[in-house]
Design a protein around this ligand. Sequence first.
Ligand code: DP6
Length: 399
Amino acid sequence: AMAAERALAMATCTAPVNIAVIKYWGKRDTDLILPINSSLSVTLHQDQLKTTTTAAASRDFTEDRLWLNGKEADVGHPRVQACLREVRRLARKRRGGSEDAATLSLSYKVHIASENNFPTAAGLASSAAGYACLVSALARLYGVEEELSEVARRGSGSACRSMFGGFVQWQRGERPDGTDSLALQVAPETHWPELRILVLVVSGEKKPVGSTAGMQTSVETSPLLKHRAEVVVPERLAQMMRHIRERDFEGFGQLAMRDSNQFHATCLDTFPPIFYLTDLSRHIIALAHRYNAHHGHTKVAYTFDAGPNAVIFALADTVAEFVEVLRRSFPPATNGDRFVRGLPVGSAALAAPQPQWGGSLHAVGLPGVPDLCPAPQPGPGPQLVDDPSQHLLGADGLP
Ligand code: DP6
């Protein structure tokens, strides 16, 4: 029987980044990662931003090991361990306790290697894609096909939304054990093909206060956050679902901006206060409103997570003109023609000269990706990578 057991098994998956338009901020259970409110996000296409993860198990491995972007990292991290434990638990349940020769032994140690195709330092939501990818690769390795957003949630709250493509809701749930705190798809990525997403990299610096610590202080001290979770978000969630269903950019954009602003207001209402937006972030906000006022309706909408970088939503026919406005308003100081990356935006003539602001953007578009990707739009959920040459671990189980 020993000889028939599989000695080495390997699986590789990719997973997407997601950007919340109704923000998650605050936990009611910090261990299980249960939120105080539901949230809603758009999954970004993986042509531009993605995480790739290979998970391998072998009877020859002597310990669990983890590599992030080529460097060995702490596999004992409680959130990594929670994901590993939960996937193994589902696998055990699925097998009903019987370990036959054809299935991979759950006692084997695992090696995991994970890479982003974008710089982690850019402050983009890398933990969401990272944990969604970890859980997808482990599930594939062990042949688990159950609902997995509940497991990804144990890695990072926002990661559960990266388990689906398109437009995704994370339902807060009611149960204390978290079994109803799940992500579900509101609409597939094909639902709104004209929607475009621009990432404006304001700073590659690490944020001063991480989301996990920041939101806990907010829960403990901000009365505005309590009001937001109890009263504001339930109403907004229903409105946002309607705007998405109707592909109403005016409604979608307005509400996305308001919700981002309220999230940052709860940060200011936290004590001591937390500041994620910088002067440059605020200039981008002002520019978006000026641009919309000029056109007399909502053509662009911004949203900011726990950092200064802006994510801009627009419809495809607006991208070239708005990028030209950004070029004029924030002349690139150092990276010249690398200013716009990751998307062919074409050029647009502007009627009026643009005021220049006291700052320069590092990049518009997406950092670290080839110049001629299609403009980013909503994309699918985690994908299995079939081609064995794409594995991040070799036949010896090492990167
Ligand atoms: C501002 O999911 O990173 O991006 O659950 O503690 O890992 P943890 O936090 P995380 O928080 C994301 C917060 C946010 C808003 C959002 O993505 O909904």
